[in-house]
Design a protein around this ligand. Structure first.
Ligand code: BGP
Length: 459
């Protein structure tokens, strides 16, 4: 069967400023510079977010490579700390020129941009003021958003407020994998709440400033599956769903906090502090479309042991995870490969969220030590990645044929890049990047992706 996709489908890839640009210019420090300096070998193998693939100087070449693998669209981000080094002070004019040049180059090469404002990379100076726990930092974010819309809103019409906003509270305030690496559920909830306010306020400003534009946020609403139909497993999965999925999805798409989640937070003394006008702000500023990142599902069962009353409160105080036998990515994370979840995620948007316009904003397969798959011709023969894309795209196709309003599919990521949690260990690209030499080279999946786009579908 040939899987034909809709006309004008957005085929492309996603990246982020911090993971590609490198910083051997005047960029201000982000939380990842701080984290790296504190523990260079904990996550980063001694490779910090400084030189990297140097998109900052090589953007023309890299955009040509995106084109070479067929991409007609791309999502990246502006680095808040490059544009405004201390987060809420002066705008760096060199950065303004740089982003204009990058945006112009995308246009010149015929690649539609979706520009994201923040991909985890909080300016260090603002984290020092409490990050998103502090409402003043919300104001600084909205100011930054407005500056971006005013500077670049004539040229870029598709925007995103955040990539995976939930990762900021998860990584920084629950699970100790992003700076400020504290573990405090209540503070995590406050950060989430304030990010939703920041998001809604940015959406409001966007519609005041940018004519004819559309704005989204990009969520990783990984489906949560209960282990069984047993009501205890189902109830456990529902709690995980409220915390990790509905927490952001409901306010950005429905304009209100999920009532069941609010009740749950109230029962456990986790309610955040807000302002009386927040409700109205959220209600009046829903997104125009939504970006969805998908890698792996969460699988949940009822708790086997009642947690010790003095143990630290975490989401996992209310459920346990369990692992399915099955395929996993060979990465430092070992994510499960379960393509049907991408369909389930899209159907959730159709059935429960008014079938708002959406696109797959990240989906990809990471591999460690990919060099072992290099063929005699010197090209990485990543047929496993092609199979991975096909399996997921069949489900995207099925969802579209059942009426889901999905207009695009972006891979993570065109060119192997640096990760905030494993530096260059996990490779996702369809284009190989050699961190030692800076060389870029198409993998077999890169050539396949071009054929996919040229045919607007695959067998
Ligand atoms: C997503 C993030 C990306 C990227 C990707 C792969 O959640 O939005 O920034 O990091 O995951 O993750 P990693 O490279 O850490 O394995």
């Amino acid at each position: 069967m040939f899987y034909q996709f809709p006309e004008d489908f957005y085929w492309g890839g996603a990246s982020s400023a911090l993971q590609t640009e490198g910083s051997d210019s005047s960029r201000g420090k982000t939380i990842f510079d701080v984290f790296y300096n504190l523990a260079p070998n904990r996550f980063f193998d001694g490779v910090g977010p400084n030189k990297l693939a140097d998109f900052y100087h090589r953007y023309k070449e890299d955009i040509s490579l995106y084109k070479a693998v067929g991409h007609n669209s791309h999502r990246t981000s502006i680095s808040w700390a490059r544009l405004i080094p201390d987060g809420d002070g002066d705008v760096d004019q060199e950065a303004v020129v740089y982003y204009h040049e990058v945006i112009d180059e995308f246009k010149r090469q015929g690649v539609t941009l979706i520009m994201n404002l923040m991909h985890f990379d909080m300016p260090a100076a603002l984290q020092a003021k409490g990050g998103f726990e502090n409402r003043e930092v919300v104001d600084a974010y909205v100011r930054y958003a407005k500056i971006c819309f005013e500077l670049f809103g004539d040229k870029v019409k598709l925007w995103a407020t955040f990539n995976e906003p939930i990762v900021t509270p998860e990584g920084g305030y629950l699970y100790d994998f992003h700076y400020p690496n504290v573990v405090d559920f209540k503070r995590a909830v406050q950060v989430s709440y304030n990010m939703i306010i920041a998001h809604a306020a940015a959406v409001k400003v966007f519609h005041q400033v940018v004519d004819g534009g559309e704005i989204c946020t990009i969520l990783n609403i990984t489906p949560i599956y209960p282990r069984s139909d047993n009501p205890k497993d189902v109830a456990a999965a529902r709690i995980a769903d409220l915390i990790f999925v509905r927490s952001f999805l409901d306010p950005v798409l429905l304009g209100q906090w999920n009532a069941e989640l609010v009740e749950f937070l109230g029962e456990h003394d986790l309610l955040p502090v807000g302002l009386p006008e927040d409700k109205q702000l959220i209600a009046a500023n829903r997104v125009d479309f939504i970006g969805l990142n998908y890698y792996q599902p969460r699988r949940v069962k009822a708790k086997e042991h009642v947690p010790h009353p003095e143990s630290v409160l975490l989401p996992e105080s209310f459920f346990d995870y369990y692992e399915m036998q099955g395929r996993r990515m060979n990465t430092s994370r070992g994510w499960e490969i379960y393509p049907k979840a991408i369909y389930d995620m899209l159907m959730t948007i159709k059935n429960e969220y008014g079938n708002v316009k959406c696109y797959i904003a990240e989906n990809g397969m990471g591999i460690q030590q990919e060099d072992q798959f290099r063929g005699a011709d010197g090209v990485i023969d990543d047929t496993y990645r092609i199979a991975f894309y096909k399996e997921h795209l069949r489900y995207v196709h099925q969802a579209i044929s059942e009426g889901v309003n999905c207009f695009g599919y972006h891979i993570w990521t065109p060119i192997d890049n640096w990760s905030m949690i494993n530096a260059y260990k996990n490779r996702y690209g369809v284009i190989e990047f050699n961190p030692q030499t800076g060389e870029r080279k198409l993998k077999r999946s890169g050539s396949w992706f071009k054929e996919l786009v040229d045919a607007n579908g695959f067998d």
